[in-house]
Design a protein around this ligand. Sequence first.
Ligand code: PEP
Ligand code: MN
Length: 357
Amino acid sequence: MLVVMQSTATSDEIRAICERIEALGFRAHSVEGEQRYAVAVTGDLHGIESCGLEAMPGVQEIIRISKPFKLVSRESKAENTVVRFPNSDVTIGGEEFALIAGPCSVESRDQTLAVAEKVAAAGAKMFRGGAYKPRTSPYAFQGMGVEGLKILAEVRDRFGMLIVTEAVDTEALEAIEDYADMIQIGARNMQNFSLLKRAGRSPLPVLLKRGLSATLEELLMSAEYIMSEGNRNVVLCERGVRTFADHSRNTLDLSVIPAAKKLAHLPIISDPSHGTGKRDRVAPLALASAAVGADGLIIEVHHDPDRALSDGPQSLYPEQFASMVMQVREILSVVHRTLNLEPAKGRDATATPAARS
Ligand code: PEP
Ligand code: MN
């Protein structure tokens, strides 16, 4: 439910509404749009109609949100959400297209720095790399853990790229908060509700990947879990779903991108690396993603993919990534998006989120 305030409402009136909502046992979330200021009410709303909110000073009207995802819905906020990062001009969801690249896994310092140098030179403003890996086999490489996070922090300090890395559980998430700029929730964890709630209490933006067999509504409900805990900086990611197709690892469902944009105000990026599983399909599907309105790409790149410890067959060589970026830029000019290929700005070596707080 949305309590829409009059344009003349005072901050005292808004505070009184929020206090009343919380006193009734519901949660109040401020929703600041360009045209209006509203307070979204979440919780089990049975009986709320008789609580008199409509008659309180400063209230213009009460609107019921028809969708099960309330805070995520365009009904609560018409404008696109633009996710921003502290001490950085990188955004996701604005006019600028987001370019995230790096290896599937952080395997060693040398490997990570080698890939980072290449993707930074090609224009990536954000670096990906798993320090904690969700693997199908318990015997496969599980990631370097905190040592990997330290390597990622070094990448940020040397190349100025922001770091996005996956939290496989709440323990990993806590460690990631000390080193990274964005938390990735992987496809297999899309419905790990305790992890989603913990991410919702994090100060870091969250990259939420669609589950292997999740519907759009399920993806949006998972985003709602994060937002309902207070974190508004959620970016959705289409990474392919499992179908009967056997010509690729997954089927990148590009139609979900305009569908998500219609229902939700959150940005959505595309992952054609996992979405195809095959190196030669990545660039074509990256171009298609840009054409259908994705807000960015997350791409796996490795300087020596034959020896990668995970996802080598879908990892681009750095030169392939650089030429893909130039092609993507051409598509973006058609859909009126920009892609800034200036190298990322270097950052103060002490400016990790932990050091900033
Ligand atoms: C990854 O990004 O390397 C990864 C494991 O992704 P997903 O959760 O989409 O499989
Ligand atoms: Mn991977």
